[in-house]
Structures are given as C-alpha cells and as structure tokens.
Design a protein around this ligand. Sequence first.
Ligand code: ASP
Ligand code: MG
Length: 418
Amino acid sequence: MYATAGDRPIVQKYGGTSVGSVERIRNIARRVAAQVAEGRKKIAIVVSAMSGETNRLVELVMQANPDATGRNYDMAIAAGEQVSVALMAAALEREGVAAKGFLAYQLGIYTDNFHAKARIKSINTASLFECWEKGEIPVIAGFQGVNEYNDITTLGRGGSDTSAVAIAVALNAAFCEINTDVDGMFTADPRVVQNAKLLSFQDFEVALEMASLGSKVLHSRCVELGAKYKMPLTVRNTFKPDDHDRTVIMSFTEKQRLEAPVVSGITVDKKVARITLDGLPTDNAFMADVFKKIAELGVNVDVIVHNKLNDESGFRLGFTLHEDEAEKTVKSLSAWTESQAAGKGIQICAEGKLAKVSAVGLGMQSHPGVASKCFEVLVANNIAIKMVSTSEIKISCVVDSSVADEAARVLHDAFIID
Ligand code: ASP
Ligand code: MG
C-alpha cells in the first residue's frame, strides 16, 4: 500500500493498547521517524486514549454524577486523547521529527450536537497541509469533536477509528491504516477458533457485516464510512514488524466479487437476549404498535419470528435485542400492553444468555445450499437452533451462548477450512 500511495497523504491510527505506555508511544515514534527519513512526508497520526483511560474517566464522571449532562460527560471522557496526542508529539520530537498536536477544536472536527454519539459533519484539513509544508507531522486526537456551540462532543466508544477514517476521507488520503493489537481481520475470532486464518483482502460489504455482527476488530461506523467513500482501510498489528501480514479492506472489483468465497467469516455475538410475547391478538395492527413502542424506547430489534400458536388462541411474537436492553424493554412493554384493551393477558418474558452465530460471505449470493449446510452441521453437533435470519450475504443462527463457541468452530470447519 505504501509503495503505491505516491504523494497522497496517509492516515495512521493508533489505538489504546498501541499507545498503552510511554515505551509503546516511543516505539511508534521510531516507526514514524523511519518512514519520514525514507521520504514520506504526508502522514497524519490519529491517537486514542491510553488503554483503560477512557473507562477510568467514565467511572469518575459517573461517580461525580450518575446523571451528568452530555456536555460534562463528553468533556470528561474526551480528556484521555489529549494526553496521548501530547505524548506522541513529544516522542516524535525526541526522534528528531517536528510534530504538532491537535485537539478536535484546534483542527476543526465539527460534529452534530448528540453528545456521546456525535457524528462528524465536516473536518477542516487546512492545518494539516500547513504542517506538511513546514515539514511537521500532525498528531490528532481521535474520538472527539466540537459542536456548533464550541462544546466538546465524543463519537461513541471505540470512535477513534471513525475519526481516522473521516480524516482520511477529508484528506483524500491514499488509505487509512488502523494500527491495533491484532494482525487484521480473521475468518473467525482466533481466541475461539484456533485455526482461524488472516484475511489478506476483504470487501467492505463483508467487513461491514462482520463488524456489525460481533467481530470486534473495527468500529462498524468506521467501516461504513470507508465503504461510503471507498477509502481503503489497512488493519495491522502495531507490535509486529512493518512487513508483517495485514488485512486490506477495500471495494472489490466485479471479478474479485465473483471469485470471493461462499463464506469468508464466522462471527459470534454473545450479548443477545430474546423477548417473547404470547397470546397476541390475531390483528396485525397490534404487532405494528408493539414495534412502534419498542422504537420509541430507542431499542434496536434484530431477528423477529411471528407465528400462530397451535391452539389457535393467538399469536406468538419473538425477537432478539441487545441483552443490556432486555430488562427495560420488558418493563415498558408489560406496562404498555396492560394499558391497552387488546393487550390484556399477553404474557411477556425475556430469555438471556443467547448468542448469534453468523456466517458471512459474498459468494452466498450465487451459491444455494448455504442454509441447509449450516443447519446440517449444527444439528450434527447437537446444537439447537432457536431462531434464524438471513440476508443476501449472511446467515445468522441464535443459539444458547454456552454452545456459541462450539457452533463457530464447527461452522468454520465446515465452510472455511473444508
Ligand atoms: N478512547 C475511546 C474509547 O475508549 C475511543 C477509542 O479508543 O476508540 O472508547
Ligand atoms: Mg478501538
């Protein structure tokens, strides 16, 4: 990637573990200094807070006030990045590289007003070009932005990946390099599936599915941005030599899409709960109201199953959601159904400790039989499938979380190693 970048800017993002100690920051500064010495001038560095730091700040502000306003909350939790920026710029200067640190307000990373989940609206890159003209390397705070009132905002946990990609897009960079503590994207989580393989190239569409289905390597918003603007993303391990294998996430050509494997990855999301409503009236309008109510709570529902009970007494509705949202959803749905004439007698229950295991791949679009093979493999391994959902490029099965890792292993063996 570097060889083909020419004179275009490159954005390098270093995550929390990569900048987890001063020694690590100094190692990165040495890497950047070597690149600068080789003649690469247009590098922009984006950093996260040192590992654990943002969690510590969240705890502090929650202790001060569990109902802290968005403005105070964001001002507190954005502070970790400021330290990383200064340490990185200082470390670069120690290596003989002129550097200049920028917080979001200093550069001009403008966002909307949604504290703790702000979206970037525009980025002023003028100062970055000024730095490069003077031979300086800019170091930018990830995760933070500034709104129209000059208040500090943050982009949501893990958001510094998104900062880096947005800056790369604004710069029309050659690519955005995400330096992290794993080698790249794998066919499955290597801690769970021992024979998982590194994916050298991955199409945005699959990477996006994998990111949103529970592969924890990248923030899904960052992949979304990369896909939207076709900004190639390189995921590499900070702790390995520069020529080590990595994953390049890019827009596949038509030919690459056709040649893509049926299944490229298996993901596991263990934070799944299911809510079941029994005895729903047969009138579908009521079901629409149920989902309207859930949407008003700001809860995302995932797999939905709706069927008639055997005794013809009504309908059963089941859906999955993030486990952290199950309790509040049951509470408010129960109160709401009770208050409705048509809702009396509906039984609502929640089941936790579930997981969603998914197989994702572009080739699925043109290869029938993926679902049948998936069920066959799980059944042969005595893994009960509780719910299923599919799209053009994925099939997801909800199973007990106690057997989720096993399900990932057998599916990986069947689809990827085979
Ligand atoms: N420091 C922030 C967090 O821990 C942002 C990031 O690391 O991407 O969420
Ligand atoms: Mg991160």
